[in-house]
Design a protein around this ligand. Structure first.
Ligand code: CU
Ligand code: CU
Length: 457
């Protein structure tokens, strides 16, 4: 593949009199995205970062050009006068053809393989001495070791025990909004906004008829106002109308849980989609009178999208991209906040013969999940999280909208690895994957075959 055929970064250097002038040129991120997989294969991920210098060179004489180590730089030299010129990057072994005549141009592309402070100049005799010389700075690639990788992913087993039989009461719930840099994937961090430092926020459990006494604190070091909207609450904003909290502040209110079911809660401070996308969502279960039937394991899983400024797989410290959010073009899809949260970091564990219940919700903010567990059939499904109607039975895949949830139950008959997916399976290639690991003896009557290594099921 000819690397120079792709516009990774692009600058125009034009000539006026005997000086170089710089001009930024638009960078087509769309086309870059389209060739990403090829670049990954070549180990050239990280090229997509825009060179900071390029937007600052407009109209400058002998502009300072910058690039990141490993980046491909594409540059067009345009002759604005009659004389003959070229441009040479001696330390990068790059020299353009000579351009002669007004309006003539040439385009060169090269890879900035090593970091350092370099020069460029015109090699026509006398021109460099006359001033046709500039600086080319290549900044080092950040080493993966410098990345602090706080695990912001909530463990799927991190939820309170069932309530079961008791009378309605007032339940105090404390939430703390925290903005924290955390691990998004191997070698990549993201600036998350969270409830209680994890994604999703804490699993809240009450029973129908309870009064929730919610106290929302916003960390003093937050940059943003935060709030919380409970889909289980009845009244303005699901509470968010009364719970907009400044950094360092605290607000409280009470609301009554009138309807049993599994509900999403989320921050509802404008831009709401941004607060959700950055990690501010969780589930609250309002148990019916008497609670749910006993199961051996309960798990808490939520799906969300990450709109990072850097592309999927690129290492470094990612920031939120409002453009990608508004265009609904996430770079990542994640279970419990990060890539690998439910595979490498915290897989779900159970044994043959166990019954499991998954509380599954979608924070989103934009994409509906087609939730599926490869190799299993959901015995019981409380569709859309509702519990005032009987569960449906024998279901393969569940459609769960953003701001929606579902409760599934199934019994494990065969050992192996069961993969949690959104059956819109392209999202698996963007990080959306979980594993339920089941130990126990084989059950050839139900499944009789040699499981290939690594296939799990
Ligand atoms: Cu918020
Ligand atoms: Cu909502």
């Amino acid at each position: 593949m000819a690397l120079s055929a792709h516009r990774i970064s692009n600058a125009n250097i034009y000539l006026d009199g005997a000086d170089f002038f710089g001009k930024a040129e638009e960078i087509d991120l769309g086309s870059v995205k389209a060739v990403m997989s090829d670049f990954q294969g070549l180990g050239m991920i990280g090229l997509i970062e825009l060179p900071d210098g390029f937007d600052k060179i407009e109209g400058k004489i002998n502009p300072v050009l910058t690039a990141s180590e490993g980046q491909v730089v594409q540059l067009t030299l345009i002759n604005g006068e009659g004389a003959e010129h070229d441009i040479v990057f001696p330390d990068q072994d790059t020299k353009s053809p000579r351009v002669t005549g007004k309006g003539a141009s040439t385009t060169i592309a090269f890879r900035a393989t090593k970091s350092g402070d370099f020069t460029y100049f015109c090699s026509v005799p006398g021109h460099r001495l006359a001033g046709m010389e500039g600086q080319f700075i290549v900044t080092p690639r950040p080493s993966p070791q410098t990345v602090v990788e706080a695990d912001i992913s909530r463990e799927p087993g991190d939820l309170p025990p069932p309530i079961g039989k008791r009378d309605p009461q007032t339940v105090r719930v404390d939430l703390l909004s925290v903005e924290v840099e955390g691990r998004l994937a191997e070698g990549t961090t993201f600036g998350y906004w969270t409830f209680n430092g994890k994604v999703p926020g804490p699993f809240i459990r009450v029973r129908v008829g309870d009064t929730v006494d919610i106290h929302l604190k916003n960390s003093a070091d937050s940059a943003m106002i935060h709030s919380v909207d409970f889909h289980a609450a009845t009244g303005p904003g699901g509470g968010a109308a009364a719970l907009q909290v400044d950094p360092g502040g605290e607000k409280s209110m009470t609301w009554k849980a009138l309807v049993p079911g599994l509900f999403v809660y989320h921050c509802a401070t404008p831009m709401v989609a941004e607060h959700i996308a950055n990690g501010m969502y969780g589930l609250i279960l309002v148990e019916p009178e008497g609670g749910l039937p006993h199961v051996d394991h309960e798990f808490y899983v939520m799906q969300g999208e990450i709109y990072s400024d850097i592309v999927f797989g690129q290492h470094g410290s990612a920031e939120f991209s409002v453009d990608k959010l508004l265009n609904e073009r996430p770079e990542y899809f994640v279970f419990n906040g990060s890539v690998g949260a439910l595979t490498k970091l915290h897989p779900l564990e159970a044994k043959v013969g166990d019954t499991v219940r998954i509380f599954f919700g979608v924070g989103g903010p934009n994409y509906t999940s087609s939730f599926h567990v490869i190799g299993e059939i959901f015995d019981k499904v409380y569709n859309l999280g509702g519990m005032t109607t009987p569960p449906i039975e024998g279901i393969q895949t569940l459609s769960v909208p953003p701001g929606g949830a579902v409760i599934t139950e199934f019994k494990l008959d065969v050992p192996g690895n069961y993969t949690l997916v959104d059956h819109a399976l392209a999202r698996m290639e963007r990080g959306l994957l979980g594993v339920l690991h089941v130990e126990g003896s084989k059950n050839p009557e139900i499944y009789n075959g040699e499981v290939m290594p690594g296939m799990g099921h």
